[in-house]
Design a protein around this ligand. Structure first.
Ligand code: UDP
Length: 235
């Protein structure tokens, strides 16, 4: 295995599967099985989960809501997804802990870095909910922040597309996938990998990002075992 400790970022939208909204239990169960397989190889797995399948702060604000209030709703949406993912992993017999950036002590542990690292060392999957706990941030920023804090070797951004392309592959049939690209080239070519805050934080801390298609079963295992034909590596 190429990596010892990974931070997997899953968007909320990924959990929708074929649906338009909410959580697809089948998709969740597939993710749980793929995550279980890598834990069985001794990989330590931390996960940051998004909330876009339920609520996004900017969407509320665009309809006249107070942005901070709206972002609080978005952060709580990530906690809902975190609970669902925790349930699916536990059903697959994977030991987990959910830690949240906003305290909800009755349902999850608060984020405590040393505790999170201790769970990881014990082989428990740690799910981080609530983003960074601050409005105006994204769960991509939370993913980079938590990855640095828990000293993950890499961020694996699981998406619907199989990597970074020269242009949007869903709109442009001539688009070509990069197997590997530098942080500087992503910026100079104006490619979209994560929002700027998250991307810069990763670059400054020399934390590689791999963008890959999490919806193809077995891809997660291939990525952690160092198969660089899967996805795009940014470093
Ligand atoms: N959010 C926030 N602070 C954070 C992370 C998330 O306020 O640190 C809110 C924000 O409103 C965002 C929503 O939570 O729109 C859901 O997160 P995100 O859009 O990153 O989810 P994803 O696109 O990955 O599903």
């Amino acid at each position: 295995m190429k990596y010892k400790r990974i931070l997997l970022k899953l968007s909320g939208e990924a959990l929708m599967g074929e649906r338009q909204y909410g959580i697809d239990p089948k998709r969740l169960a597939e993710y749980a099985e793929d995550i279980k397989a890598v834990t069985e190889k001794g990989i330590e797995v931390a996960i940051v989960i998004g909330g876009g399948n339920i609520f996004r702060g900017v969407a509320g604000a665009s309809k006249g809501m107070d942005r901070v209030q709206s972002d609080h709703m978005g952060m709580l949406a990530t906690v809902i997804n975190g609970l669902a993912l925790q349930d699916a992993l536990e059903a697959a017999d994977v030991k987990t802990r959910l830690q949240t950036a906003i305290k909800i002590n009755e349902v999850a542990e608060p984020f405590i870095r040393r505790k999170a690292m201790s769970h990881l060392r014990k082989g428990r999957v740690v799910i981080f909910g609530g983003g960074t706990g601050n409005p105006y941030f994204t769960t991509d920023s939370a993913a980079v922040l938590r990855a640095i804090e828990v000293e993950a070797d890499v961020i694996l951004k699981g998406t619907r597309v199989d990597g970074i392309y020269t242009a949007d592959p869903e709109k442009n049939t001539d688009a070509v996938k990069y197997d590997h690209i530098s942080f500087d080239d992503v910026l100079s070519k104006g490619l979209k990998v994560m929002d700027t805050t998250a991307f810069t934080l990763s670059q400054e801390n020399e934390l590689p990002i791999i963008v890959f298609d999490m919806n193809t079963r077995g891809n997660l295992m291939k990525v952690v075992s160092g198969d660089d034909s899967i996805g795009t590596t940014v470093n």
